[in-house]
Write a protein that binds this ligand. Structure first.
Ligand SMILES: [Ca+2]
Length: 131
């Protein structure tokens, strides 16, 4: 009787008020897939897992930053490979891969890359995690 009441309460407490879907705790995996984004931070569950991030913490996400000296840095893990692309606009055809063809090896915690030929004016960068 206690377990029945507990199970009903468990499911009800995890009802997602934002989109009406029923989500469950990541510990049982029910209702979540690799491509879902449990914490709605824009980083899929699988990507969070691969990068060692916190899939139920919205402030832990696959986000790159660029320092004043041009160093682009992002969360990473050993054994992963990344590519960096640069574009002068956000349109699909404007992106060029500027990292080495073999990719950038991920280091523990974070990895960085500097664009050695950054254009004058503005540029946009994308960091891609290889499958
Ligand atoms: Ca996420």
């Amino acid at each position: 009787m206690i377990s029945g009441a507990s199970a009903a309460g468990f499911g009800a407490s995890l009802f997602n008020a934002f989109d009406g879907s029923i989500v469950r705790d990541l510990r049982d995996g029910f209702g979540q897939s690799a491509t879902d984004d449990f914490d709605k931070d824009g980083t899929s569950n699988l990507t969070e897992y691969r990068l060692g991030l916190v899939p139920n913490g919205g402030s832990s996400l696959f986000l790159a930053t660029r320092a004043a000296n041009g160093l682009i840095r992002w969360p990473s893990a050993v054994g992963l490979k990344f590519d960096v692309q640069r574009g002068t606009s956000l349109f699909a055809g404007s992106w060029t891969t500027i990292s080495p063809a073999g990719g950038i090896d991920g280091a523990a915690v974070s990895t960085g890359f500097t664009d050695s030929a950054a254009p004058a004016g503005k540029a946009f960068y994308k960091v891609l995690l290889r499958p």
